[in-house]
Design a protein around this ligand. Structure first.
Ligand SMILES: Nc1ncnc2c1ncn2[C@@H]1O[C@H](COP(=O)(O)OP(=O)(O)OP(=O)(O)O)[C@@H](O)[C@H]1O
Length: 227
C-alpha cells in the first residue's frame, strides 16, 4: 500500500501565508478530491505534494517513487508534435512508448498526434498532457483541474479511466471546481479554506447542497441589507 502522510505543512509566498499546520493522511486505491474557493490554495497544495515548490513541514511518501502532476495550465513547446511530446515525457521517466497502449488510450481522446502542438486547442493540449501522464504509470497522480477545457464526452471518459485506475491501486488527487464530477469519483474530499485543510471522508453528496445553501444565505443577506 502506498501512503502520503502530511505533517505540519505550511506554505507562504513571501509574507503572504496560504495555509499553515496541515496534518493529513491518505492511502492508495483512492481518488482524493480537493476543493476550495479561488485562491484558497488547491494548486499550491498539489505543488507542495509534487515537491515543485518549497514548503515547511514534512510530506512522507511511502512506497511512492514517481509522481506525475497535471498543472492547471500546462505548458507546451510549440514546435513539437503530440507524439514527440509523449515520447519526451516517457523518456523523462526512463520508459519507452508502448504504441499499442498509446493507440488504445488515444482511441478515447482522438488526438492528431502527428500534428504540431501549437495547432492544438486548449482542451486538446490538456488531453495530450493527460495521455502522457497516464502512460507514465506514476505511483502518485496529481491532477489540477483536469476537467477544465475537456468536452463532456472526454470528461466522461476521464472519469471512467480514473475509476479503472483506482481498482488497480492507483493513488490519485484531483483538484476541481466541478463538485458533481468529484462526487462521482472521489473517496475522500479535502476542503482547503481559511488557511487550513480538513478531510471529509464521507457525505460527499451533501457538499454541493451545503455550498448552494451557503450561497443562497449570502445572496439573501446582500439583498436584504440593501433594501
Ligand atoms: N507564485 C506565486 N507567488 C505569489 N503568490 C502566489 C503564487 N501562486 C499562488 N499565489 C497565491 O497563493 C494563493 C493560493 O493560490 P492557488 O493558486 O494555490 O489557489 P487555488 O485554490 O488553486 O485557486 P483557483 O481555484 O483560482 O485555481 C492565492 O492567494 C494566490 O494569489
Amino acid at each position: 500500500m502506498k501512503q502520503l502522510i502530511i505533517e505540519s505543512l505550511s506554505k507562504s509566498y513571501g509574507r503572504k501565508p496560504v495555509f499553515a499546520n496541515i496534518d493529513l493522511c491518505y492511502r492508495s486505491g483512492t481518488v482524493n478530491g480537493i476543493i476550495g474557493s479561488n485562491g484558497a490554495g488547491k494548486s499550491t497544495f498539489l505543488n507542495c505534494i509534487a515537491g515543485f515548490i518549497p514548503y515547511s513541514g514534512k510530506i512522507f511518501k511511502k512506497n511512492i517513487r514517481t509522481v506525475g502532476l497535471l498543472t492547471a495550465n500546462p505548458y507546451m513547446f510549440p514546435r513539437i508534435t503530440g507524439y514527440e511530446f509523449i515520447e519526451f515525457c516517457l523518456s523523462a521517466k526512463n520508459s519507452k512508448t508502448d504504441k499499442r497502449r498509446l493507440q488504445r488510450l488515444n482511441s478515447l481522446f482522438e488526438l492528431p498526434l502527428a500534428q504540431y502542438a501549437e495547432e492544438y486547442s486548449t482542451g486538446m493540449l490538456k488531453k495530450l498532457h493527460l495521455l502522457a501522464l497516464l502512460l507514465q504509470d506514476n505511483d502518485l497522480l496529481l491532477l489540477d483541474e483536469p476537467f477544465n477545457g475537456l468536452d463532456a464526452v472526454s470528461s466522461a471518459y476521464l472519469v471512467e479511466l480514473l475509476k479503472e485506475l483506482k481498482k488497480q491501486d492507483a493513488f490519485i488527487f484531483i483538484s476541481s471546481h466541478d463538485v458533481n464530477r468529484l462526487i462521482q469519483l472521489a473517496d475522500t474530499l479535502t476542503i482547503i479554506e481559511n488557511g487550513t485543510a480538513c478531510l471529509k471522508p464521507d457525505a460527499l453528496s451533501d457538499i454541493e447542497k451545503e455550498i448552494q445553501e451557503a450561497a443562497r444565505e449570502k445572496v439573501k443577506n446582500i439583498f436584504s441589507s440593501t433594501e
